[in-house]
Design a protein around this ligand. Structure first.
Ligand code: FAD
Length: 459
């Protein structure tokens, strides 16, 4: 009899794993059933802001493979609108509810992959029946927001609560749809994934777009008129609005896993080993936004909910379930985003992370340009490096600038992944031509500056 793999969650991690397992084991050997409570599989949540803004006109463009393709081409039994409501590890069964019909089915498994993603953080005041308040995590969330924006009465004002990268991207999307947008952030600046000095550049760009930024301000509640949100309430008064988007971050979606007895780590994510096996539970796997992972620089366990990791972790789990051998080697916190044309990249530790992890370090900021100064389109680029003292090992990097800024972070990520020092980096053979860089690339300029600062600090 064929063995049976059950996958909970049909997006990045779940479908990567299912596809990899199928590539290695035929349908006679391994039956694969995926339960997905939403309407879609293998979609790009990362593309939602660009669909909201209208840049990507059709949600179908965000779907890599639909359930039917998985059924016919991969022999994977995908059941959308089915929510797994219980896991029985003893009997090796899951209970899934058909969200359209209301029926429940029990399905046995030999292998189980938990890939239920993350859920948006919702303070108690956001747990409400008031309409017009949206978390942004799945394509279904994006569809609900689109319907609200297109519906009657037409919203004109939006408040985005939380200035992480999702909040920033959503603020830009709503501005591009013609709404007047206020971003409320409890901290000193939006974009706290970079240090304050770099985040200020992002805040300036957002103001330039027309976004009103209110920092150091917490939201305490919502006001409503006829069941629709009409304002957010803060200590400094109410901010009138027709729609609220929550960008307060996400937490691992683990309620079901916890109830079943899967082990949780200090970050609240599921504990897995490098092969994505749930610690202490043979035949149970987890991947994606629901797990915690090793930060290769700080050595700490972290929860970094990004699609890039979810896809890789799903692939690793699927290879292993399929009888191969693969490991996920941890993360270094590389991420990129943009506000209009301003690009932002980061990797490794911020200053506050380096302090928390106990490093002695220096940080430098180098101003440069994306192209040779004389070449048309040359724009400023700011590179920040954080280097361990006295070794000079790169600990973190951030870049803010116009075109060609964000993906330059990958050069720094590779250096950091391989434990390079800033001194080593000054010798890197990076490409140069006037349309792409000044003769000294901004990365090399920053590395040279860091070497000088380290030398001065050791005198
Ligand atoms: C607006 C936005 C922009 C983003 N931009 C980027 C970006 O630019 N770069 C980047 O790397 N990452 C980005 N991300 C993050 C990225 O989308 C996620 O990290 C990635 O989707 C995680 O994949 P996952 O499979 O772990 O979880 P998810 O994609 O969340 O999938 C989990 C699935 O499980 C389903 N599910 C949950 N519980 C159950 C249950 N009990 N039964 C059945 N199904 C269930 C859910 O419906 C969901 O479809 C963005 C996310 C958002 C929301």
């Amino acid at each position: 009899m064929a063995q049976r793999l059950i996958v909970i969650g049909g997006d990045a991690a779940g479908m990567s794993a299912a596809s990899q397992a199928r590539r290695r084991r035929g349908r006679e050997d391994l039956e694969i059933v995926v339960f997905e409570r939403g309407h879609f599989t293998s979609y790009s949540a990362c593309g939602i802001p660009y669909w909201i803004s209208g840049l990507v006109p059709d949600p179908e463009q965000l779907i890599a493979r639909d359930p039917q393709t998985f059924r016919t081409d991969f022999a994977i039994d995908v059941r959308i609108r089915h929510e797994v409501v219980a896991i029985d590890l003893e009997r090796r069964e899951v209970v899934a509810r058909d969200l359209e019909q209301g029926d429940e089915v029990r399905e046995r498994f030999d292998e189980l992959l938990y890939a239920a993603g993350a859920v948006p953080v919702k303070p108690p005041w956001a747990e409400t029946d008031v309409t017009g308040v949206f978390g942004m995590q799945t394509l279904d969330d994006g569809a609900e927001l689109r319907d609200w924006l297109d519906g009657e009465p037409q919203p004109h004002r939006a408040v985005v609560i939380g200035g992480g990268y999702i909040g920033v991207e959503m603020a830009e999307a709503l501005i591009q749809r013609g709404l007047s947008v206020t971003l409320v952030e409890r901290g000193d600046q939006p974009m706290s994934t970079v240090d304050g000095d770099m985040a200020e550049l992002v805040a300036d760009a957002m103001r330039g777009l027309g976004v009103t930024i209110r920092t150091g301000l917490s939201v305490n509640g919502l006001e409503q008129r006829d069941g629709r949100v009409s304002a957010v309430v803060t200590a400094e008064g109410s901010i009138p609005t027709d729609v609220v988007v929550l960008g307060l971050g996400v937490r691992p979606n683990t309620a079901l896993a916890e109830a079943a007895g899967l082990p949780m780590g200090p970050t609240g994510g599921i504990r897995v080993d490098r092969r994505m096996r749930v610690v202490g539970l043979p035949g149970v796997w987890a991947a994606g936004d629901c797990v915690e992972t090793l930060h290769r620089v700080s050595g700490m366990q972290v929860h970094v909910p990004l699609g890039t990791h979810a896809n890789k972790q799903g692939r690793v789990a699927g290879i292993n379930i399929g009888g191969g051998y693969a490991t996920f080697m941890g993360v270094i916190g590389t991420a990129v985003t943009k506000v209009c044309d301003l690009e932002v990249g980061r990797t490794g530790l911020r200053e506050r992370d380096a302090t928390e992890a106990g490093f002695d370090f220096v940080s430098v900021i180098a101003e440069s340009t994306n192209r040779a100064g004389y070449y048309p389109g040359a724009r400023p680029m700011t590179v920040k490096l954080i280097a361990e003292r006295p070794s000079g090992r790169l600990l973190g990097a951030q870049i803010v600038g116009w075109s060609e800024a964000a993906k330059r972070i990958d050069t720094l990520a590779v250096a950091l992944w391989n434990g390079m020092t800033v001194d080593d980096m000054t010798a890197l053979d990076l490409g140069y031509a006037p349309p792409y860089a000044p003769v000294w690339d901004p990365v090399l300029i920053a590395a040279r500056k860091a070497v000088d600062v380290l030398a001065a600090a050791s005198r």
